[in-house]
Design a protein around this ligand. Sequence first.
Ligand SMILES: [Mg+2]
Length: 367
Amino acid sequence: MTARKIIHVDMDAFYASVEQRDNPELRGKPVVVAWKGNRSVVCAASYEARRFGVRSAMPAARAQRLCPEALFVPPDFTRYRAVSQAVREIFKRHSDLIEPLSLDEAYLDVSENKTGLPTATLVARAIREQIRQELNLIASAGVAPNKFLAKLASDWRKPDGLFVIQPDDVDIFLLPLPVGRLPGVGKVTGEKLEKLEIKTVADLRGLVQSSLEQQFGRFGPRLHELARGVDPSEVVPDRPTKSISAEDTFEHDVPIAETEPMIRSLAEKVWVASRKETRITRTVVLKLKTSEFKILTRSHTPPFPPSTCEELTEIALNLRENVDLGPKRPRPDSGAVLSPSNFPRRPRLPPPAMGETRCSPVPFCST
Ligand SMILES: [Mg+2]
């Protein structure tokens, strides 16, 4: 099999850069894209704001403390989606195999590209140049023989960077990396690996597959591949999002009548995540897990998709009213999941009004 050529393109500080591009008064200044409100989180921060330690997904109040002179701008996802579409049009000149990850990130398979450029590096350079010239925005790109390496590469020279991992250079790049850089290695797996004194990818490569499977179950074979720079996953164009969900396991059992704050918080998380989608949610599903691990599911498909966070919350709360806990006394619940699905095409939505929604502290925005 000949080596594939994958590009990962990641717009730099996307929402903040769009705001700076469109409003000269914001240029060169620390800009924080966030809704107002106590529970709001940062959707994006300009590089000027990042110098003060401001990061995506941190509480907006903390961002304000870190950088009191920051200029706060409410997010305008309708505009970001339009710009994202323009970026996509540039990608389409080079390949039909485009897999968007979010509004500001996508994989492209350019093993065969549409313009006849001889290398993937030249394709990535052309894409970055066209984004800069035509849209006046900056993108970083990574080029590699597979998706996971391309994503690591795009991050390597950020911002305004291009980094290429040639097939022969995979080990030079990969082996010294801390294992935490591998996709899927989060806190739990990271701590387990630390106990095994596995710090770098080179250490990880020393473990045989059977012992990885023993330690990490189904994730074991994937770790075995990643440690070798192998990732057979393909670039899947327009992978449809089937549903967006948020879930919470309560620290203590909570009577069903007292679950409103939790359901509100889940609805906010889901609403914010749904704003990043090109399609909108319609069917709303509420799942409640009882302390006996029984799962109660209720769903509702309204005639029109919910157009505000408040509408989504109302539907979810009404669903809770329909949950019948049976003839026995109401039992406490130990968890809840809210998951709207069934996406019709998104009609043109007006930008969210200020204060229309509140963000919850979930890391939902990449930059
Ligand atoms: Mg980005």
